[in-house]
Design a protein around this ligand. Structure first.
Ligand code: DOR
Ligand code: ZN
Length: 349
């Protein structure tokens, strides 16, 4: 086969995913293990994973669903609250189980009710994270009612992030699921301690795709899709190969009825074809040569973890994504449902 029709990469990792809990794990864990070597598992359960012992038992529940023969690893995260202490951080680091702590502003998104109400009250916690080298994973939006939903990320950067990065220069910070040009510019303006993950939905779509000609609930996620020049800035960052940008799907399952509802829940499921969805973006941009940096190299370097030893191969092949996916007793509509893709992934070996 012609080299142009086949692409072999170091096996990628997913630096941001929502696996949920209990019955959902029967679908989400095999899906994650199918494409990735490791996955950073977000802690926004009900109740959230705020303590090490909760993370340990969540890890056990996840691992039970890992397919036989797979060596996929979940990387666990603690959910920051107003009550998190520096002792929680030290204990988390000592355990070797926890790779980072997730900041959700209270009320920003799905299951974020126990999130932080006063970010500046966490200075001691950030200092401890900086000392021990735990990564601060930010849902970078303000939740102030007075701030328009499309401006919430930019406002977070101005109001908080610039100061935090200045005050804790050695703290490793990820602006998770970055959605704006301001976010990209901020990351580029900082040292290698600051990075961003980028989702497939924010690369493939902008707010017109969600809102013109009728509202498409399956594209509704948070932070919300922005206008086209922001999408362009995200694409440029992802395809640059720059070490500060890497793959984080933010794949977040929601049953169809919860999305096609009077009040649509936020989140897109992309673990049916995550690499293929990213490959589509890189293909369109003629940048497939930088897919491996984005998907497989930059994340481990940031987290100071070894590269995966397996390889995955993508083949040029037209295929159509499924319209729905089974999700326990329900179904969900995955990202780009029913759309055609040009690359298809073979299992890792
Ligand atoms: O769209 C989103 N869905 N954004 C988040 O921050 C959370 C996620 C979820 O858990 O469903
Ligand atoms: Zn998320």
């Amino acid at each position: 086969m012609n080299a142009m029709d086949e692409l072999t990469l170091v096996q990628p990792d997913d630096w941001h995913v929502h696996l949920r809990d209990e019955d959902a794990l029967a679908m989400t864990v095999p899906a994650a293990a199918q494409s990735f070597g490791r996955s950073v598992v977000m802690p926004n359960l009900v109740p959230p994973i705020t303590k090490l012992d909760q993370a340990r038992s969540y890890y056990q529940r996840i691992i039970k669903h890992r397919p036989v023969g797979s060596d996929w690893q979940p990387l666990m995260v603690l959910y920051l609250t107003d009550k998190t202490t520096p002792e929680d951080i030290l204990e988390a680091k000592d355990s070797g189980l926890i790779c980072g702590c997730k900041y959700y502003p209270a009320g920003a998104t799905t299951n974020s009710d126990s999130g932080v109400t006063n970010l500046r009250g966490l200075d001691d916690v950030f200092a401890a994270m900086q000392d021990v080298g735990l990564v601060l994973q930010l849902h970078g939006e303000v939740t102030d009612d007075a701030v328009d939903i499309f401006d919430r990320e930019a406002e977070f950067i101005e109001r908080y992030l610039i100061d935090i990065a200045e005050q804790f220069p050695q703290l490793k910070i990820i602006l998770e699921h970055v959605t704006t040009e301001q976010g990209i510019n901020f990351v580029r303006s900082r040292s290698a301690n600051v990075a961003a993950t980028i989702t497939p939905q924010h690369l493939l779509y902008n707010r017109n795709d969600m809102l013109v000609g009728g509202m498409r609930p399956h594209l509704f996620c948070l932070p919300i899709l922005k206008r086209d020049h922001h999408q362009r800035a995200l694409i440029d960052a992802a395809i640059s190969g720059d070490k500060q940008f890497f793959l984080g799907t933010d794949s977040a399952p929601h049953a169809r009825h919860a999305k096609e509802a009077e009040c649509c829940s936020a989140g897109c499921f992309s673990h049916h074809a995550p690499l293929e969805l990213y490959a589509e973006v890189f293909e369109r941009e003629n940048a497939l040569q930088h897919l491996e940096a984005f998907a497989s190299l930059n994340g481990p370097e940031f987290y100071q973890l070894p590269l995966n030893t397996k390889r995955v191969t993508l083949k040029r092949e037209e295929w159509t994504l499924p319209a729905t996916i089974n999700y326990g007793d329900e179904e969900l509509v995955p990202l780009a449902a029913g759309e055609a893709l040009r690359w298809r992934c073979l299992p890792a070996g």
